[in-house]
Write a protein that binds this ligand. Structure first.
Ligand SMILES: Nc1nc2c(ncn2[C@@H]2O[C@H](COP(=O)(O)OP(=O)(O)OP(=O)(O)O)[C@@H](O)[C@H]2O)c(=O)[nH]1
Ligand SMILES: [Mg+2]
Ligand SMILES: [Zn+2]
Length: 306
């Protein structure tokens, strides 16, 4: 093996320690990873070289990342889920019952990566009972008024999928969200020949069954690429600073500019413009509660890692 054979490539799928790479020039190869310390993820630009006598390539290094989508692993360490993204599509649906706190925390991750978060509300073909519908409509309106794009859609009827594709033009996006919301179904509709496996919800709990287990990047005809990712039960970004929790909620960050104290955390401080905005219902009480929860998680993580 010699250094001249080293090529750059993009990681387009991860199967634990096995990767699929798109080499410059578009050919696709499988690869393993040199050493234990190297942890490439989908979206990474890596250095790779062929292995004598094998079809697999070897990843020897990772180029600097533009950004990282993270979460804490079971021991509180920062785990990277994907890298070099332009956009996070957070998907929720008429069913399973949305956990809006999870949606908020994905948005907070994107805000801290300084990239767009887009909310896709899927399965609008399904009838929702009146209360659920009011709840989701209210929450989606709150996201819109905070300045996030919201795209209602249906993989079933294809409603909204053109707008979604449009929003992804020439970008690398990842679709994230609870299991069963329809991430793979939507991808199958917008990517020719994607063939991503789709799984019915459990008939008893109406929860997803964690059908997708690996992250895979797929190409759209309009030059965009999307990563299908495994559904989650819960999510929080691996942030450890309270300022990052504030950045995660843009309407709170914005209102916070008028607080008496420049370093106001919007919890118990006097003359807090955020609390005033919550009292006046200019900021949603649920989003504020969500912010407080992320503050607690952020502090806990900082403590665990000390
Ligand atoms: N009615 C309706 N059903 C949908 C729609 N999109 C997806 N589904 C169904 O929802 C179920 C879950 O879809 P998936 O695409 O596997 O969901 P996922 O988000 O990829 O799930 P994980 O891979 O487990 O995270 C399947 O039974 C789909 O047929 C939709 O727009 N309308
Ligand atoms: Mg899936
Ligand atoms: Zn404040």
């Amino acid at each position: 093996m010699n250094a001249r054979e080293t090529r750059t490539a993009q990681v387009i799928a991860t199967y634990s320690r096995r990767m699929r790479l798109a080499l410059e020039g578009a050919s696709v190869v499988d690869a393993k990873i040199r050493g234990k310390r190297l942890r490439p993820v989908c979206g990474d630009q890596v250095f790779a070289e062929p292995i004598d006598g094998e079809t697999e390539w070897l990843i020897t290094g990772i180029q600097d990342r533009r950004n990282e989508l993270t979460r804490p692993d079971s021991r509180g360490r920062r785990e990277v889920l994907a890298a070099n993204l332009d956009c996070v599509v957070v998907m929720a649906a008429a069913e399973p019952v949305p956990d809006w706190y999870v949606v908020d925390r994905y948005i907070a991750a994107a805000e801290n990566m300084r990239i767009d978060a887009l909310i896709a509300f899927n399965k609008i073909d399904l009838p929702e009972d009146k209360e659920d519908k009011e709840d989701s409509q209210r929450t989606l309106a709150e996201y819109r008024s905070a300045g996030h794009a919201v795209i209602p859609c249906s993989a079933e009827t294809r409603d909204g999928l053109d707008s979604l594709q449009q929003a992804l033009t020439e970008r690398l996006a990842i679709i994230v969200g609870q299991s069963g919301v329809g991430k793979s179904s939507v991808i199958n509709r917008i990517v020719h020949d994607a063939g991503q496996k789709v799984g019915a919800l459990s008939s008893a709990s109406r929860e997803g069954r964690h059908t997708t287990v690996n992250s895979i990047m797929l190409k759209l005809s309009n030059g965009s690429r999307v990563i299908d990712s495994p559904g989650v039960r819960d999510y929080a970004p691996a942030i450890e600073k309270e300022e990052e929790a504030i950045v995660g909620f843009r309407e709170i960050a914005r209102a916070g500019e008028d607080c008496r104290f420049a370093n106001c955390r919007h919890l118990r401080e006097p003359d807090c413009a955020v609390k005033a905005a919550v009292d006046a219902a200019d900021i949603s009480a649920r989003r504020y509660e969500s912010y407080k929860r992320l503050m607690v998680m952020t502090r806990d993580l900082a403590e665990r890692r000390r």
